[in-house]
Ligand binder design. Sequence first.
Ligand SMILES: [Zn+2]
Length: 194
Amino acid sequence: MMNENLQIRTYKKTGHIEVICGSMFSGKTEELIRRIRRAEIAKVRVKVFKPKIDNRYSEFSIVSHNETSFPSEIIDNAEEILEKSFDTEVIGIDEAQFFENNLVDVCQMLADSGKRVIVAGLDQDYRAKPFEPMPQLLAVAEYITKIHAVCMICGAPANRTQRVTESSDRVLVGGGNHYEARCRLHHTFTKEEK
Ligand SMILES: [Zn+2]
């Protein structure tokens, strides 16, 4: 039991949520790794998590398309982050779009308890539809960074992901082969996909 006086004297650091979003090949993971490394240099305890579905390059690290990597822990459910980060000050979460919607509550709880939460993920799926739970995270985050890839057709800044393999599954993990970054003008999909 904590008495009132003690509560007043206890200084509580304010936490927050940062979201890094964009299409595939926009450098989201690279940016997440950059921020985590800077926190590490500042001697802050960091931990990075990713969902089980992403086994693109490595089981034990998050790896960007340009092959920068940082050790990460694979988890099934966002709630595991709460148990595993009680002694951590900065928490990185990659491929956030593959978590369930409870990721939003988890991030809120972490930030409420004074932690810095950095979340990276796809904001749109290959049909350019908002990819949950990213829209909800974008709404509650203190800081948002939208980064762009380069359109493979015209070279313009691209914020959409074009699927170049035939499949209507929302999730098709397998790295770069199935996708290209495209601008609004050059992003296409067939009628059935709308
Ligand atoms: Zn284009």
